[in-house]
Design a protein around this ligand. Structure first.
Ligand SMILES: [Cu+2]
Length: 197
């Protein structure tokens, strides 16, 4: 029994995966991210768009190209805005935005969708959506009864942002998920602007 559990645990550790924002297109790394975070982190994200954050610091630490002052692995996995200037959504206050998650391997936990100030890595206002528990529950996933709104949902762009997110790169919409037992964090970012209300 114990050996079976250990085998399962090591399989889980090896398994790729587990989720990312597929729509709208999330932030992806390019040259600027390579220059800030090093090649190993970029290769990991390119190889597996769903990779978890906890695997990155170890990769980064062994990479001479990693510059911690420029690469915050806990914000969009370190992926830089400079690589995504051509991938910025333009929203209006109050607009409804559909988001789709490609969730490949479940880990029950909590999740939320928020607007993050990228200069301070802090959440602006309350979460737009929040699942305090029961997100990506293995039993529901493998029973094919994962609630559809965990991977295909809508958010409403707040009307209270003022000019905070008027400039591209200042804010991202962040989808964040933490698998409690797996102790793995998944996050992806959408770059956007919203004109002052
Ligand atoms: Cu896992």
């Amino acid at each position: 029994m114990l050996s079976t559990l250990l085998q399962l645990a090591s399989l889980a550790a090896l398994a790729q995966g587990h989720g990312y924002i597929s729509t709208p297109a999330m932030r992806m790394p390019g040259e600027s991210t390579t220059s800030a975070c090093g090649k190993s982190v970029v290769a990991d994200i390119v190889r597996d768009k769903t990779s978890h954050v906890e695997g990155l610091p170890e990769l980064a630490a062994k990479d001479s190209g990693y510059k911690p002052a420029q690469c915050n692995l806990w914000l969009c996995r370190g992926v830089q805005f400079a690589d995504n200037k051509a991938n910025v959504q333009t929203y209006k206050p109050g607009q409804t935005v559909e988001i789709k998650i490609d969730l490949t391997i479940p880990h029950a936990g909590s999740a939320n969708v928020s607007i993050v100030d990228t200069n301070t890595n802090t959440i602006i206002g309350p979460a737009l959506l929040s699942w305090p528990s029961g997100y990506a529950d293995e039993r529901q996933f493998y029973g094919h009864t994962l609630p559809a709104n965990q991977t295909d949902f809508s958010i409403e762009i707040p009307t209270t942002l003022g000019s905070k997110c008027a400039s591209a790169g200042d804010c991202v919409i962040q989808w964040w998920w933490y698998g409690t037992a797996a102790k793995q964090t998944y996050e992806s970012c959408i770059d956007f602007t919203v004109a002052a209300a």
